[in-house]
Design a protein around this ligand. Structure first.
Ligand SMILES: C[S@@+](CC[C@H](N)C(=O)[O-])C[C@H]1O[C@@H](n2cnc3c(N)ncnc32)[C@H](O)[C@@H]1O
Length: 304
C-alpha cells in the first residue's frame, strides 16, 4: 500500500471528529480496544485450536485466539488501517512490560510509545504513524475509536474481562508464546462474494463479531450468498460465530432500547434461517458483557 495514499486518507479521517456506528470503509478509523467478551466465549466453546479466521478490528480478537492456543491466526478486515492496529498491539506485547502495555492502551499512542515499540513494527506501520506525528500529533487520537482513556479505569476492567491480554498473567503467557504464532492480515469485505469465495481456506474457528449488525445486506441475501461460503470453510467440528449481540438484554428486561430491538429482529431472522440451513442446534452461549452497562451479550454460532 502506497504510504502517500494512506496519509491522505488518514489526514481526512483525523479532521473528522464524529464517531459512531455506521457503514465501515476500506480506509477508516481504527478501533483502539475491542469490545466483545471473547475471553468469556472461549470458556463456553469446545473447539480444535489450530487455524482461525477472526475480524481484525482492534487487534484484540487475534490476540485472544493466540492466547487461546490457536497457532495460525488470520485477521481479516474491510479497513486496511486495521492491520496497523494489529501490528501496534503485537509490537507492544513484544516491546513492553505489562504495566507499560496497560498504560499505552489506557491512554493514547504518542511518539514516545511509537519509538519504544518501533523495533518490532513493520516499516509500513512505523512510517504511517511517524509521518502522522510529524503532520499533526494533536489530531492523531482522532484516528482511533473505542479509546476509553476518558473513563480508563471503568473500561479497563471490562477490557480485562473481555480479552485475556489485559490481565497480567495472561499477558506474560502471550508474550512468551507469540514467536510461535503465525499472524496474517487479510483485506476482506465479507459481503463481497467473489473475494470471500476465492480467499478462504479451512478453519477451526471463524469469528465475524457483530459485523452483521452494521450490514446493509438483507439477512436473506447474506444467508443465500455469503453464509454458505463461511460454513463450508469450517473444518469438521469447527465453529463459526455468525453474530455477536452487545447488550442484548438490559438489566431491567422490560426496558428495551431501540438497539436491543434491532438486535432482536435480526437475531430471530438469522436464527430461523441458519437453523433451516444447518439443520442442527445452534449454540447461544450467554457471554457476560461487552460495551453495555449491566447488559448481557450473547453469541450466535454454528458448529460443523
Ligand atoms: C464489527 S467490529 C469488530 C471488532 C471486534 N469485535 C474487536 O473487538 O476489535 C469492527 C470491525 O469490523 C470491521 N468490518 C466492518 N464491516 C466489515 C465487513 N463488511 N467486512 C470486513 N470487516 C468489516 C471494521 O472495519 C472494524 O475494524
Amino acid at each position: 500500500m502506497n504510504l502517500k495514499k494512506e496519509m491522505n486518507y488518514a489526514r481526512l479521517l483525523m479532521n473528522k471528529t464524529e464517531v459512531g456506528q455506521r457503514v465501515y470503509q476500506n480506509h477508516d478509523k481504527m478501533m483502539y480496544i475491542g469490545g466483545d467478551n471473547m475471553r468469556g466465549l472461549f470458556q463456553e466453546l469446545d473447539v480444535n485450536k489450530e487455524k482461525s479466521l477472526v475480524v481484525c478490528g482492534s487487534g484484540d480478537p487475534g490476540l485472544e485466539v493466540a492466547y487461546q492456543d490457536f497457532s495460525q491466526i488470520t485477521c481479516f478486515d474491510i479497513n486496511l488501517f486495521a492491520r496497523h492496529m494489529l501490528h501496534v498491539k503485537l509490537a507492544a506485547i513484544k516491546a513492553l512490560n505489562y504495566q507499560e502495555f496497560c498504560e499505552l492502551f489506557q491512554t493514547s499512542l504518542t511518539k514516545e510509545w511509537l519509538d519504544k515499540i518501533s523495533p518490532y513494527l513493520p516499516d509500513a506501520t512505523f512510517l504511517f504513524f511517524d509521518n502522522l506525528f510529524q503532520l499533526n500529533s494533536s489530531k492523531l487520537p482522532n484516528l482511533f475509536t473505542h479509546n476509553y482513556s476518558k473513563h480508563a479505569l471503568y473500561f479497563f476492567r471490562k477490557c480485562q474481562q473481555n480479552f485475556s491480554v489485559y490481565n497480567e498473567q495472561e499477558f506474560s503467557k502471550l508474550k512468551s508464546c507469540l514467536q510461535t504464532k503465525k499472524f496474517q492480515f487479510l483485506p476482506l469485505d465479507i459481503f463481497q462474494k467473489e473475494k470471500v469465495n476465492s480467499c478462504l481456506e479451512k478453519y477451526d474457528f471463524i469469528y465475524l463479531s457483530n459485523i452483521l449488525f452494521f450490514a446493509s445486506m438483507p439477512v436473506a441475501d447474506f444467508m443465500k450468498n455469503i453464509f454458505p461460503i463461511f460454513y463450508q470453510s469450517l473444518r469438521d467440528d469447527g465453529v463459526l460465530v455468525v453474530n455477536y449481540f452487545h447488550s442484548y438484554m438490559d438489566e431491567l428486561k422490560e426496558k428495551r432500547t431501540f438497539k436491543n430491538r434491532l438486535y432482536q429482529e435480526r437475531n430471530s431472522l438469522l436464527y430461523e434461517q441458519i437453523k433451516r440451513y444447518c439443520n442442527q442446534e445452534i449454540i447461544l452461549p450467554a457471554s457476560g458483557f461487552g460495551h453495555g452497562t449491566g447488559g448481557k451479550d450473547f453469541v450466535l454460532a454454528v458448529k460443523k
